[in-house]
Design a protein around this ligand. Structure first.
Ligand SMILES: NC(=O)c1ccc[n+]([C@@H]2O[C@H](COP(=O)([O-])OP(=O)(O)OC[C@H]3O[C@@H](n4cnc5c(N)ncnc54)[C@H](OP(=O)(O)O)[C@@H]3O)[C@@H](O)[C@H]2O)c1
Length: 263
């Protein structure tokens, strides 16, 4: 029960990694705030959590409605008095070539993954600084380190999170606010089904890599371990995580291999 009576806010809690995080935190005694756009799915997740229903707030939000997020943070604080852990997990991916991708798609990915995440963080941070206690968690990706064809906006959004939240960590450590970046590889979720294509429509196909990836439950458990032990960064996945080291230590070889990727 490492998170007993901790107030944990998970975005993207309506499916995939966020849903698994909700269950994992609830098994460890946390009180939960569950966010995402699909209220009915959030209610489904709430009903399946181990936490008593009165200790779970379903708080629907759209990360790209930046102006609404301070009010959402007020509602969260009004219900539980504070937020101990904010898990910025909500996000979307992309499957399209730069040359074919509408700028609107780049904006949608950046607005959701990057600007939505920092907007919600800014809404929650002041009360953590005032209490001199809190933990900001960001679900990034191996694509926060790597590059492949067909993931330009997604990789850009995740790289941007690393720059931003590494800076934040260096600013808030004296006020006892921790920052953890979580970098999963292939996790078996609906991410590819929900990914945007060049014209903004959904890709709507399950990628083979995701289908045979690590389970969302295993990813969630490793994420909780990283949060509980105050890790600054954690990489989670199968053998694809070796690509991070290939990119760093054998960059030319990495480039030659990666340009052959077709999906
Ligand atoms: N699966 C992987 O292989 C993998 C690998 C590395 C990183 N990740 C990251 O893990 C996170 C979760 O993805 P997933 O794999 O669990 O995929 P998923 O099943 O598609 O879940 C994405 C979640 O994000 C929420 N979301 C999307 N747009 C939103 C918006 N505008 N406002 C609020 N919530 C929004 C969705 O909820 P609603 O639709 O209800 O809004 C959903 O709960 C993402 O940040 C993703 O980049 C995934």
């Amino acid at each position: 029960m490492r998170f007993n009576d901790q107030i944990v806010w998970v975005t993207g809690a309506s499916s995939g990694i966020g849903e698994a995080l909700a269950y994992a935190f609830s098994r460890e005694g946390a009180k939960l705030i569950l966010s995402g756009r699909r209220e009915a799915e959030l209610e489904r997740v709430k009903a399946a959590c181990a936490t008593a229903p009165e200790n779970i707030l379903v708080l629907p939000l759209d990360l790209v409605q930046f102006d609404s997020l301070p009010e959402k943070a007020k509602q969260a604080a009004a219900r539980f008095g504070r937020v101990d852990v904010l898990v910025n997990n909500g996000g979307i991916s992309q499957r399209s070539l730069v040359a074919e991708t509408k700028l609107e798609v780049d904006l949608a990915v950046m607005n959701t993954n990057y600007f939505g995440t920092i907007a919600l963080t800014k809404a929650v941070l002041p009360q953590m600084l005032a209490r001199r206690s809190g933990h900001i968690v960001v679900i990034s990706s191996l694509m926060g380190y790597l590059d492949t064809p067909l993931r330009s906006a997604y990789a850009a959004s995740k790289h941007a999170l690393h720059g931003y939240f590494d800076c934040l960590r260096s600013e808030v450590w004296e006020q006892n606010v921790k920052v953890t970046l979580v970098c999963p590889g292939y996790i078996s979720t609906d991410i590819s089904l929900n990914a945007l294509t060049a014209d903004g429509s959904k890709y709507a196909q399950m990628d083979a890599n995701q289908a045979k990836g690590l389970s969302a439950e295993a990813c969630a458990m490793q994420t909780l371990n990283a949060i509980a032990t105050g890790k600054e960064e954690v990489i989670i996945g199968g053998k694809e995580v070796l690509a991070v080291y290939a990119k760093r230590f054998l960059p030319r070889l990495y480039s030659r291999v990666v340009r052959k990727i077709k999906l």
